[in-house]
Design a protein around this ligand. Structure first.
Ligand SMILES: [Mg+2]
Length: 96
């Protein structure tokens, strides 16, 4: 974990970083919507809109990393593993 994120997270605190996460998630949603609407058309806009999505993904990732610092005592790794295993199971069941 980047120690700079630890410093930022602890400076702002959970409540402020939850608000910021909402904002960054909203920006990611809008960037994806714009890419789906205006990008993906072979006219050069693909790269522009996809870069916007990439930038917002980074913003959201930074916020998620901070929330993982600030939300203590939650076993993120175990839950992540469980959800991946569950989805792989669903995919296996769905195969003809
Ligand atoms: Mg952003």
């Amino acid at each position: 974990m980047d120690k700079r994120l630890n410093e930022i997270a602890l400076h702002h605190g959970l409540d402020a970083q939850l608000d910021q996460t909402i904002e960054e998630c909203s920006e990611l949603i809008l960037a994806i919507q714009k890419y789906k609407r205006y990008g993906n058309k072979d006219d050069g806009f693909d790269t522009y809109y996809l870069a916007q999505v990439g930038e917002e993904i980074v913003d959201v990732e930074i916020m998620i990393k901070q929330l993982k610092i600030l939300i203590e005592g939650f076993d993120f790794e175990t839950f992540e593993n469980g959800k991946i295993v569950r989805e792989l199971g669903r995919m296996k069941e769905a195969k003809p």
